[in-house]
Design a protein around this ligand. Structure first.
Ligand SMILES: Cc1ncc(COP(=O)(O)O)c(C=O)c1O
Length: 393
């Protein structure tokens, strides 16, 4: 006997992984230069040189037993202090190292936070379009997963719809900005209005509604503000990752911040640590905690992503594709010509142009492009985009 839910999750591969595998197979047949794979959000800029320098320095100057040993479950104090200092300097925040729990990237951190907040019948509300893994994470944690419909065409938040979906069972609202898949950054105006709604509803229900902010793309932003959410809504819990900001997705390092401002912050923090423990968390990778202690202040060099973003946005808009302005992350979310994103993606696939339909993100009729690819691939793919849209004009 096996767990059928676990089996279904493992046996049904994600559409993104399938496309990526297909791209590799096609590359072997037609040559990689003739496959335009926009499926996977794997960073295409290297980690900043200071990160590799720090690895070398740590291996040279730190006792091997410390480099490779267990750390405390919540993480090395030095790393937590470096992160806290950095946030305080950037946002005028007043975080303390004790408020940080070092985790193995945003995914397991979200799982721990969901489990920490999962009371019987508790609901988690997120906003479409959303990162598809939220659903299995939330449901496995025991939360009822609910989705606010997308606010087309700008992909901010439909606040009226959100307010109507809050119930006394709502434990938390989950946001991701800059957003995967839309590339949109929620504005201060949107977030302030959301905070007002949550405050009023929390008062009416007589318990806090936590805002979980999933922030792997916080540093990937092109000239607009990414507001620091705890300053707008104190009951915010942040899940952060260095996967994209320092191009370290395989190293598995990030943190949960439960700010002191948050309702019952010490209990929430303990519950996050307890939930992680119950999932088998021992500590975040020790070497990478030490790297973060030295590198928490670094920011990515976004020149290449920005060049890709502008080239695609301008060229595709000029051809007639419609999309929200992509101010962050490395994604474009585009309305499918003809209205059926699955059909459009199948047509594109025949030309070896690999696009992800929006259904899995809770937003049918759109497709996602990851522009963390070479500029050359973008240039070579533009005639294919042009040919495809002409079929619908
Ligand atoms: C919105 C979002 N949240 C979480 C994750 C998981 O990130 P990590 O690699 O840090 O676990 C991703 C990864 O692509 C993501 O796009």
């Amino acid at each position: 006997m096996i767990n059928q839910k676990a089996y279904a999750l493992g046996a049904n591969r994600s559409c993104i992984r399938d496309l990526f595998e297909y791209g590799r197979q096609q590359a072997a047949i037609v040559g990689s230069e003739n496959v335009y794979d926009y499926s996977l959000g794997n960073p295409s800029i290297p980690a900043p040189p200071e990160v590799n320098d720090a690895v070398r320095a740590i291996l040279n100057d730190t006792d091997s037993l410390l480099v490779h040993g267990y750390t405390s479950a919540v993480g090395d104090y030095e790393a937590r202090r470096a992160i806290s200092d950095d946030l305080n300097a950037r946002y005028g925040a007043a975080t303390r190292p004790e408020e940080f729990f070092l985790g193995c990237g945003a995914a397991p951190e979200l799982v721990s936070v969901f489990r920490a907040l999962a009371v019987p019948g508790g609901e988690l509300l997120t906003v479409a379009p959303y990162f598809p893994e939220y659903k299995p994470f939330a449901e496995e944690a025991g939360l009822v997963f609910k989705v606010v419909p997308p606010d087309v065409p700008d992909f901010q938040i439909d606040l009226e719809a959100l307010a109507a979906m809050l119930t006394p069972s709502t434990q938390a609202v989950l946001l991701n900005s800059p957003n995967n898949p839309s590339g949109v950054v929620y504005t201060r105006q949107t977030l302030t209005a959301l905070a007002k709604i949550l405050r009023e509803k929390a008062a009416a229900f007589g318990h806090p509604i936590y805002l979980i902010s999933d922030e792997p793309y916080r540093e990937l932003v092109y000239g607009v503000e990414v507001p620091y959410l705890p300053a707008i809504y104190p009951d915010t819990i942040i899940c952060y990752s260095y996967s994209k900001s320092l191009s370290l997705p395989g190293e598995r390092i990030g943190y949960v911040l439960v700010p002191g401002s948050c309702a019952d912050s010490q209990m929430v923090y303990a519950a996050v640590a307890g939930a992680a423990r119950a999932c088998g968390h021992v500590c975040a990778p020790s070497l990478w905690q030490k790297v973060i202690a030295r590198c928490a202040h670094l920011r990515p060099d976004l020149v290449r992503y920005d060049r890709n973003r502008q080239a695609l946005y301008q060229s595709l808009a000029a051809m007639g594709y419609e999309m929200a302005k992509p101010d962050g992350a490395f994604y474009l979310f585009i309305k499918a010509p003809g209205g059926d994103a699955n059909r459009f993606s199948e047509l594109a696939k025949k030309e070896n142009l690999l696009l992800v339909p929006g259904d899995g993100f809770g937003c049918p009729g759109y497709f996602r492009i990851c522009y963390c690819v070479s500029y050359d691939r973008i240039q070579r793919s533009l005639p294919v985009f042009e040919r495809l849209i002409r079929q619908f004009q």
